[in-house]
Write a protein that binds this ligand. Sequence first.
Ligand code: CUK
Ligand code: CUA
Length: 630
Amino acid sequence: MSNEEQKNDEVTIENADRRKFFGKTALIGAGVVAAPMTAAMFASQASANAKKAAMSPVVHPGELDEYYGFWSGGQSGEVRVMGVPSMRELMRIPVFNIDSATGWGITNESKAIKGDSVDIMVGDTHHPHMSMQDGRYDGKYVFINDKSNTRVARIRCDVMKTDKMLTVPNAHAIHGLRVQKVPYTKYIFCNGEFEIPLNNNGKETLEDVSTYRSIFNVIDAETMEMAFQVIVDGNLDNTDADYDGKYFASTSYNSEMGMNLGEMIASERDHVVVFNLARCEAAVKAGKFKNYNGNNVPVLDGRKGSDLTRYIPIPKSPHGINTSPNGKYFMINGKLSPTVSIIQIDKLDDLFADKIKARDTIVGEPELGLGPLHTAFDNKGNAYTTLFLDSQIAKWNVEDAIKAYNGEKVNYIREKLDVHYQPGHNHTTMGETRDADGKWLMVLCKFSKDRFLPVGPLRPENDQLIDITGDKMKIVHDGPAFAEPHDCIMVHRSKIKTKKLWSRDDPMFAGTVAMAKADGVDLMSANKVIRKGKNKVTVYMTSVAPTYGLNEFKVKLGDEVTVVVTNLDMVEDVTHGFCMTNHGVQMEIGPQATASITFKADKPGVQWYYCNWFCHALHMEMRGRMLVEA
Ligand code: CUK
Ligand code: CUA
């Protein structure tokens, strides 16, 4: 045994002993944290604290958080609004799921928003991102993808409700999603991850894999309609845009276009595909596109050799892509490669002019550790990369990593911090905008193992909040989260202005207002039952705490009943509900809002409806009868 080997051996044994020691303490029931501290330990901890006290995540009762967090709800299909740094959950915004509390997916207004996917009850949300003006959050919208049903939705931040939803045609499974940052969010960019035939009708081609394509999608952010699509070589995973309004780029982990794991990870290199926005728009204008699957969405051909795109080779199966807030770099996270590839964005002009080779745009490729997935940024030139396999965050300096790539002897790694466990996305406060402030880093860990009370085989994930203001990163909070929050953003509260009451002219219920107008009904006063044809009844009623405008209404067995409730209350937070007992019908009606719900009166006799949102001391008494004549 050489000296070196012997030394390594000793280190291993020592570590093993220490593990055993901690394990035993835990067994006694005291746990690691409760191990008795010596005076010397106290002293050294006190001096460390004196050097730099960690920022506190504690937000005392009555105080407000500094940031809004928008969390993807993963397989729950929703989006959650968190207070940061307290990590208090403020609101859940149902998007692709059905929501019992608000009636989302059950009311007529939400069904109209869901459109062609009205019958789909599930979703898998990954990437929430806010609209921007000149690379800064504008507080208007948050966009979110549904991987499981190839959809994209928009949330209005003034009311924190979903107001648009689009099923993306021609593509299969929308994964990565980002917004155009500059000059403003005109477009949403998102990736069709899975590979399918262009005309996927089961007739022209089915098993010939060489005809399969992945498709890149550009959506008009205001209308939420397709602007255009681009066919690429390889598949598409994550995406991000520059700060110049010129380029956006996507990672591909399956450049092989393999159909199974072995094939997908066969080659040593995959790629990033960079899209040239001006050239894409010009090609659409010039009519250089095709249509597929019988719809009229312009589909451009951006495969290798096209002037719309460039392909930059990247080591094995890259995953996340993150633009640095100074607008200089795209960071491509290696996943199966321990590296992050740094693309210098201003070199892309030369690449598209064919003056340089694709790999010449890479100005650094720091080795960080095992399983780099996503990178976040502070305002001091540092990057923070999640290492999925190492269960660590690597903090590294971007300019030093570039120097090292040029052969200089510099250590670009600033620190590696253990997180718990297997981190996927991470995100810094304001870190995907020009306003990156270097205060908090959120790490979304995929496993929680020993971090919380066990709750059966399915555990919560663990969102860890890290103070990044000092030289050393400090974990200050563990937050359990249900249904994998793949990704999040943290937006300073000054960016968001929410409404206290609904406006009567809000587009969210404009359709119902129009229906009432056609029925000759004034929603603010009318309480009446209108029979429309043989089996259809529309019931209009108002609500003022603690009563409905109608104490009873009569229908016939088998009628299709539409109940329209207008909440006349002008008081902030006085939300009413409408629940028809035993009919699977319930919804929320916010102050000054109108909401409606349609169901079949398929049970004879007396059926009580009641207000299911607490609104008044006499909330229990807020109820009425539907009399169903047999
Ligand atoms: S992601 Cu969606 S599968 Cu954004 Cu790293 Cu996890
Ligand atoms: Cu109205 Cu409870």
